[in-house]
Design a protein around this ligand. Structure first.
Ligand code: FAD
Length: 486
């Protein structure tokens, strides 16, 4: 038998942020890396709002300056509101309110992903990685249970087996290797679905909130919308909700999106004069779980290891950090000759961090009001802001997040156990049903003018909505807490 020679030390499947980060670190360290990317960059991609800790990783990769020079819209914070919040009234989180260690600048970015992903992949190449674009990996090759390479294909039918000491799957939500090994499982708690696109002419928020990631709650159990400002008066607007809720509507994407816009007063106002400038993009079936991130000769990084939901803009953060930790695990395994130990440590490290993001997401969906409540409490603000800053892989972030999450879980138990607590999810539905101390005509009379056109709104009691007599916009009714406040 002839001994086979490796084509590289490491083969990386996929040239998104995860693959480019790992490729950069390995190549800078003098290792032979091949990145195989099925598309040719620039290619469109969802995921335009970043979190602060990505700065630290971009800096470590030596690419922050290149990204900063593009002139992406700086993002200093994030803010959200509920369906009936007063105009431009948000719960505001200044993400750099508390200093982030080793962070080189007090803002992150809203990015066009085709542009930033191209910069990252080119940077990997400039750092010494061999980048082959338009080359798709069909499958990972195994010998005696160990990954030894990949079968690479070009669209004209050319294919070739490439061999390496380690194969890393960074193929994103395609999860090439996890699918091949039958490890990808649908997340039992989430079945999220998203419709989004770019608009121009969206009403900008007040100056102090420029660049903020803005989120609109829609009064639906797993539904919310985003507004991210991009360069040149482009705005990324998207709606996320449980897939079953979308299917029940029977609407096409455009009509469905419009219905969601009307569910939040601020969202409706922002979209008044907006014009769509790209086709609708749809993302579905993206909530999944994979229990194993590492095995003999292979690792998973980025979305290829897990993706749940984008509410905290955690995707690129997970991609970059898991890429970095994979670099550390691979080089450690070569240094010590103990791959099993180094890869098991990688799995543990990444699992803890990803689980924190997951718990944050789950807690948010269990009780959106509670998240707002914790954010505005002085005692909890720092912990909350720091959790949103990203990088939950280091012990300090984990400890802080653990304390916050435990307190939130405890509050959740207390709130849901008390039938009179108005923070309970859908507590106002009970009030509507029982008609306790509630006068719908009075509510209609007290209602503000239609936020979309300023017209008068009428009460439609059978459907329990307020409908604008002029433009037809539909609005959910005011909650008891809001009525009391008002
Ligand atoms: C609706 C939605 C909104 C989101 N919003 C945000 C956000 O605001 N902020 C954020 O940080 N994240 C967001 N994300 C998540 C973000 O998009 C991802 O987490 C991020 O892109 C992961 O990077 P990656 O490198 O792991 O994968 P990707 O960026 O998907 O890159 C994978 C690459 O692998 C290539 N590839 C796939 N299969 C093969 C193959 N067989 N052979 C060769 N190449 C292959 C693909 O072409 C692709 O270029 C969002 C996700 C969704 C679904």
């Amino acid at each position: 038998m002839t001994e086979q020679t490796d084509d590289a030390d490491v083969i990386i499947i996929g040239g998104g942020p995860a693959g480019s980060a790992l490729g950069t670190f390995l190549a800078k360290d003098g290792h032979r890396v091949i990145i195989l990317e099925k598309d040719i960059h620039p290619r469109d991609h969802v995921g335009e709002s970043l979190v602060p800790s990505t700065n630290i990783m971009f800096d470590k990769m030596g690419v922050l300056k290149k990204i900063d020079e593009v002139g992406f819209i700086p993002k200093p914070g994030t803010a959200w509101n509920s369906p009936r919040s007063a105009l431009w009234k948000f719960i505001e989180v200044w993400l750099f309110e508390f200093p982030l260690e080793n962070n080189p600048q007090p803002y992150t970015y809203n990015v066009e992903r085709d542009v930033v992903d191209t910069i990252l992949l080119r940077h990997a190449h400039e750092s010494g990685a061999k980048v082959l674009q338009g080359v798709k990996v069909a499958n990972v090759l195994f010998e005696d249970g160990r990954a030894v390479g990949v079968r690479a294909q070009v669209s004209d039918g050319w294919e070739r087996d490439l061999r390496a000491k380690v194969v890393v799957d960074a193929s994103g939500r395609r999860c090439l290797l996890a699918t091949q090994l039958g490890m990808k499982k649908k997340d039992p708690n989430f079945n999220q679905f998203c419709v989004y696109t770019w608009f121009t002419g969206v009403k900008p928020p007040p100056e102090r909130l420029r660049g903020f990631g803005l989120f609109y709650f829609l009064g639906l159990p797993k539904g919310w919308a985003w507004q991210f400002e991009l360069r040149d008066d482009k705005w990324s607007m998207g709606v996320v909700l449980d897939k079953a809720d979308f299917q029940r509507t029977g609407l096409d994407y455009g009509d469905f999106f419009d219905t969601m816009v009307r569910r939040n007063r601020n969202f409706a106002f922002a979209m008044q004069d907006a014009e769509r400038i790209r086709p609708w993009w749809v993302e579905g079936d993206y909530s999944y779980k994979i229990d194993r991130f590492a095995g003999p000769g292979w690792l998973l990084i980025g979305d290829a290891l897990r993706f749940v939901d984008p509410i905290f803009s955690s995707g690129v953060d997970v991609a970059l950090y898991s890429g970095f930790y994979a670099y550390e695990a691979i080089t450690e395994s070569w240094r010590t000759g103990n791959e099993t130990k180094a890869f098991a440590e990688f799995q543990d490290r990444v699992t803890v961090g990803v689980d924190i993001w997951y718990e944050m997401i789950d807690t948010f969906y269990s009780l959106q009001n509670l998240v707002s409540w914790f954010t505005i409490r002085k005692a909890w603000r720092e912990k909350f802001v720091r959790a949103l800053q990203g990088n939950p892989y280091i012990p300090e972030t984990q400890q802080r997040s653990r304390i916050l999450l435990d307190a939130m879980h405890e509050s959740y138990e207390r709130v849901t156990a008390d039938p009179n607590n108005l923070l309970r999810p859908w507590s106002f539905d009970d009030i509507l049903r029982k008609n306790v101390e509630w006068n719908p005509e009075e509510e209609a009379a007290r209602f503000l003018p239609c936020p979309t056109c300023g017209g008068r709104v009428n009460l439609d009691l059978t459907r329990e909505v307020l409908v604008c007599a002029s433009c037809g916009a539909e609005l959910p009714m005011m909650s008891k807490a809001e009525r009391v406040k008002g």
